[in-house]
Design a protein around this ligand. Structure first.
Ligand code: GTR
Length: 386
């Protein structure tokens, strides 16, 4: 689609709370056979697998995990932009399957002074490379702030495995390693490919003696936030999952049709989700799931959502509600004392607690240092209270 039709869709979208349809959401705690889900074992053995299958088939496609070989090679092509604070490792990760291979690039920074194992934060990057040679702008990936607080941090660019382009998205691992996915209506697409890359980064972290993967955090913003959420569900090695302003197809409830809708996103970005998801264009009520179930599927690990007040396109209230509803899994199934506030309109300050957290900040769509400070607070709180 042209830029113009996307801008027109943005203008025509609903931003009026009074026009949001009455919400009747599918019940996360009633199984397909009508069984009431009350125990951890019923949740983990019956309902969660049902939901995972539905989201895989009807929305995102799978994240393939099968391959023949993986290798990690330090390349040291670029100079370290933070020599005083961090050790820099620039890596090629090469994965082979059925006689073909693909190489992706991962950038890793470790706190320089650390003598103990450190927690790790991975950012899925989808932004253009910053012009002065740094890997990303300071607020978007604040390497110094992260390593100064004792985190290792890493990032890869989505383009390193699948271009963010409706025509060219298959010109990466999808055609090289998993070509059979492309002809499937429920197949793996761009978000699956980016999620696959996050998993390969985790494969690397697991082999690093200086990294404590029991304290791992997966962060993504917007389209990469949608990816982080789906990846965190599929790969339980991530201890904390943080999709920032992930909006439609991420944290926000599809049935609210506030800001970006299923139809708009599927028209503008047909390569992100699988083909089956297109059946629900303007048909949100026939979705067998809604996005509040995603936070639940991260449980019992920790999940945090964040919004920006002016980012109406991503539906901040829909993101909040989906965490508020999603947090029920910790309380009702895992019997943890998760107290999620009820009134979105009266929220002040971030909700930093065990398992489920949220903040809304002033300003526009973006990933900022303020967001990152709350993420680090949430991650540290959860590591200490494990
Ligand atoms: C928009 C898209 C959103 C969000 C955003 C981003 O154009 O409509 O779903 O993903 O891009 O990634 O910044």
């Amino acid at each position: 689609v042209s830029i113009n039709s996307f801008v027109m869709a943005q203008r025509a979208a609903n931003y009026d709370e009074a026009k949001v349809p009455p919400l009747v959401l599918p019940d996360p705690f009633i199984s397909e056979s009508g069984q009431l889900i009350q125990s951890i074992s019923d949740w983990e053995n019956i309902r969660r697998p049902e939901l995972l299958k539905l989201f895989t088939e009807e929305v995102y496609g799978p994240i393939r995990t099968d391959f023949d070989e993986i290798s990690f090679k330090e390349v040291s092509e670029s100079t370290n932009p933070y020599p005083d604070q961090a050790i820099f490792k620039e890596l090629d990760i090469t994965v082979a399957r059925n006689g073909k291979s693909h190489t992706m690039r991962l950038n890793v920074f470790l706190p320089k002074s650390s003598e103990r194992e450190v927690p790790i934060i991975l950012l899925i990057n989808h932004r253009p490379k910053f012009s002065d040679g740094r890997i990303a702008e300071e607020g978007y990936w604040p390497v110094e702030a992260l390593v100064n607080r004792g985190f290792a941090t890493a990032s890869f660019h989505g383009e390193t495995v699948a271009p963010d382009d409706a025509e060219k998205f298959s010109e990466g691992i999808l055609s090289t390693l998993y070509p059979e996915e492309l002809s499937k209506a429920d197949g793996m697409r761009t978000f699956g490919a980016w999620g696959w890359a996050a998993m390969r980064a985790m494969d690397y972290f697991e082999q690093q003696p200086m990294i404590d993967v029991t304290k791992s955090v997966l962060v993504g913003h917007s389209r990469a936030g949608k990816t982080a959420l789906w990846t965190g569900i599929n790969d339980n090695r991530w201890a904390v999952v943080i999709p920032n302003e992930s909006g439609c197809g991420g944290a926000a409830l599809s049935r609210r049709k506030f800001g970006e809708t299923v139809k708009i996103i599927n028209t503008s970005f047909p390569h992100w989700f699988n083909d089956n998801f297109k059946k629900y264009n303007d048909q949100e009520n026939s979705l067998p799931i809604d996005q509040h179930m995603l936070a639940m599927m991260v449980a019992p690990r920790a999940i945090y959502y964040s919004s920006a007040r002016e980012d109406l396109w991503a539906d901040p209230k829909g993101e909040f509600l989906s965490m508020q509803l999603g947090s029920r899994v910790y309380r009702d199934i895992y019997k943890k004392s998760v107290e999620f506030p009820s009134a979105f309109e009266e929220l002040e300050g971030p909700i930093i607690q065990s398992f489920a957290g949220y903040h809304i900040r002033d300003g526009k769509h973006g990933l900022t240092l303020e967001d990152w400070r709350h993420f680090m607070d949430f991650a540290e709180f959860n590591f200490q209270n494990k």
